[in-house]
Design a binder for this molecule. Structure first.
Ligand code: NAD
Length: 246
């Protein structure tokens, strides 16, 4: 029997990278999946790929967009808050605007999504919320990632608080902390450093396994946390980092 048969899931930032791989993996595991993003064109090709995936435009920074999506989806069993941005720079290289943008997209948007979808989970007495954190900030300090580390540590705190508040109500909340994962935005960051090959070698060098992670490897963890196979874990940081913090 499928692990997620009869379950509904919503994934933010599902147009590419980890969110996209997770939408596919959740659908493969039997869930009806709402794949959401601001990149509507990329969502269309995703929905065409799988009969159980519905594409839905959703800007997680816009409260009215969240309300419109909720009106379409109704309550869901699984909420994977994947949307996030990486600001590159030390604290002195981060201005007010970049700080505020990172906080809004990486933390406040998650708060808004959970406020919208949690009541339905409580009513059903069932739900799994999965928040995208990172090894960076939540587990270890990483150079030139001041705003990013701060936001991903905030995600860890948010995750634990939700787990503590709803542990007896059938709603679990866990965070995922990946190391370096091969996604479109990682390639953008490599290109932005000027010498793509050198940047790529540096990212690989910090991963003890000698390679980057794949979105599919993270998606397998998402399926586990979404399903009853993980029923006894809540409020935890699930590190999946190729041994970076080992
Ligand atoms: P990505 O950065 O390549 O893609 C991000 C997606 O988010 C895009 O499809 C974009 O359209 C969407 N998006 C941007 N703003 C949005 C908004 N306001 N509303 C809805 N969607 C929006 O994807 P990725 O690298 O897989 O990263 C996904 C998450 O994983 C992020 O939270 C990131 O911090 C986290 N993460 C990534 C890595 C990595 O190495 N790639 C490591 C640790 C954590």
């Amino acid at each position: 029997p499928s692990l997620l048969a009869g379950r509904t899931a919503l994934v933010t930032a599902a147009a590419q990278g980890i969110g996209r791989a997770s939408a596919i993996a959740l659908a493969d595991a039997g869930a009806a999946v709402f794949a959401t993003d601001i990149n509507e064109a990329a969502l269309v090709s995703l929905a065409e790929q799988h009969p159980s995936i519905t594409a839905l435009p959703l800007d997680v920074r816009d409260p009215s967009s969240i309300q419109a999506a909720h009106a379409r989806t109704g309550p869901v069993d699984v909420l994977f808050n994947c949307a996030g941005t990486v600001h590159q720079g030390s604290l002195l290289e981060c201005d007010d605007e970049a700080w505020a943008f990172s906080m809004d997209l990486n933390v406040t948007a998650m708060f808004r999504m959970i406020r919208t979808y949690l009541p339905g989970m409580l009513e059903q007495g069932r739900g799994s919320i999965i928040n995208m954190s990172s090894v960076a900030g939540a587990v270890k300090g990483v150079a030139s990632r001041a705003a990013y580390c701060a936001t991903k540590a905030a995600v860890a705190g948010l995750t634990r608080s939700i787990a503590a508040d709803y542990v007896t109500k059938g709603v679990r909340c866990n965070a995922i902390c990946p190391g370096t994962v091969e996604t479109p935005s990682l390639h953008d960051r490599m290109r932005a450093q000027g010498d793509y090959e050198k940047a790529r070698a540096a990212f690989i060098a910090r991963q003890p396994m000698g390679r980057l992670g794949t979105p599919e490897e993270i998606a397998a963890l998402v399926v586990y946390l979404a399903s009853d196979a993980s029923a006894y874990t809540t409020g935890q940081l699930h590190v999946i980092d190729g041994g970076w913090t080992a």
